[in-house]
Design a binder for this molecule. Sequence first.
Ligand code: ADP
Ligand code: ZN
Length: 530
Amino acid sequence: MTSTTDVRISAAEQVLRRVFGYDAFRGFQQEVVDHVVDGGDALVLMPTGGGKSLCYQIPALVRDGVAVVVSPLIALMQDQVDALTAVGVRAGFLNSTQDLAARRTVEAAFLAGELDLLYLAPEALASRTTLHLLDRGRIGLFAIDEAHCVSQWGHDFRPDYLNLSMLHERWPGVPRIALTATATSATRTEIATRLRLTEARHFVASFDRPNIQYRIVPKREPRKQLLALLRDEHPGDAGIVYCLSRASVEKTAEFLVANGVPALPYHAGLDATTRATHQQRFLREDGLVMVATIAFGMGIDKPDVRFVAHLDLPKSVEGYYQETGRAGRDGLPSTAWLAYGLQDVVQQRKMIETSEGDLAHRRNLAAHLDAMLALCETVRCRRAQLLEYFGQPGGTACGNCDTCLNPPESWDGTVAAQKLLSTVYRLDRERNQRFGAGQCIDILLGRTTDKVTQHRHDALTVFGIGTELGEAEWRGVVRQLLAEGLLAVEGDYGTLVLTDTSAEVLGRRRTVMLRREPERPASTRSSKPR
Ligand code: ADP
Ligand code: ZN
């Protein structure tokens, strides 16, 4: 028993050294490899850059038969196969981009037992031709990469992944390993259930990425703030900038280029050739900035991404963590920077309100957004909060996030919240006129703008009762009340409305602790009209 295990371990280690050229396994790679080589099922959760590939590539070489790797990353299959071929591993792929001749060659190699790894797109497994092909060969292992694509809540959902539960029924004797960088226990349970990985051993790595500095700043003029970040801290560095919309991707890329930063756009509205070219350039050239929607990034292995910047709020902590995880795979200091503002909350809440799907679906989206907002508004260490979200001990303050480096104050905002909610209440009674945050703040600050005089809002009892705070602070109050659900938005113009819990604040049954807005830079302050 011991001796056979020893022999196997050394077989795996030999492959690690001889084929891949590494001295030692990392983290729990070796445990996963041993378990899978022995024929066990595994569910592997490791952060991006953690080294998931070896967890199935080494068993693929040690076990008899071909390892079939299911991956949604069709655009990267050629690169993956080339990288393996370069170190002498016999690998091939079958997907829709390939011509018939190439396909026939791979099929023949598979049937002749001349492949170690065969990469397939998930939709291939819905085709009877492919299933028939697989039946005629000898399969030693199934690896399901990016396994979170089976989760219907995530933004990477691929319907074809649901079909993968049949692997177990059709090939009951073949071990399966599912891998992902998405870490919450909810996703983990969902993967195990949907893929029928009931017997699988779970391997969960630490999700801490100590070299990434997390920073979340109030959004003012996001493109200028971004440019300042790139000029001050990341001149000449490669990085990714995420925007919510295609239009904003285009504008931001143009803005950066106009300001001397080499940037390329990437979103699903660009044709496939342009996307492929931009992706290749980003991977191969130094110091390019990719401005993209979340369509970009999954499976991209570029070690020296020095920053990931978000100009819009991600929809979930899972998404935020995956996207920021693309920074600093080489272990060197990197920045995860997010600009976040009132408008983000308004926009995302509205998107959920108008989204398709049933109530349960909308509630789920709202719960994910709330966790993201809580991360933005926290006065605690961001990293500790992130890790705890993923079910890991947060530990003490990390010393490498904005709240650790520059601790924000929290203050008792109960009275401010009451003033704001009273204003919303007064405006809400003017049934046919609806007003957003701007009008409320003008009223609180006692500004006699045209819109204020026109609607006689200077006659309201709340007019001018909020001069102890500035405009930025008031926007912070609105944003945080929205984030906490003490205030809500409605309709196309972001009309503020009270919620069921607003009454608790108005009735003094609830205190509201708020995060103090950092000082605005002197230049913006002095140019601001009083
Ligand atoms: P993931 O798929 O988890 O994002 P990869 O499998 O692409 O990560 O691995 C990330 C990087 O780490 C790759 O460049 C890989 O070659 C390297 N790597 C993985 N395992 C080891 C190891 N045991 N020793 C040294 N480098 C490793
Ligand atoms: Zn910290």
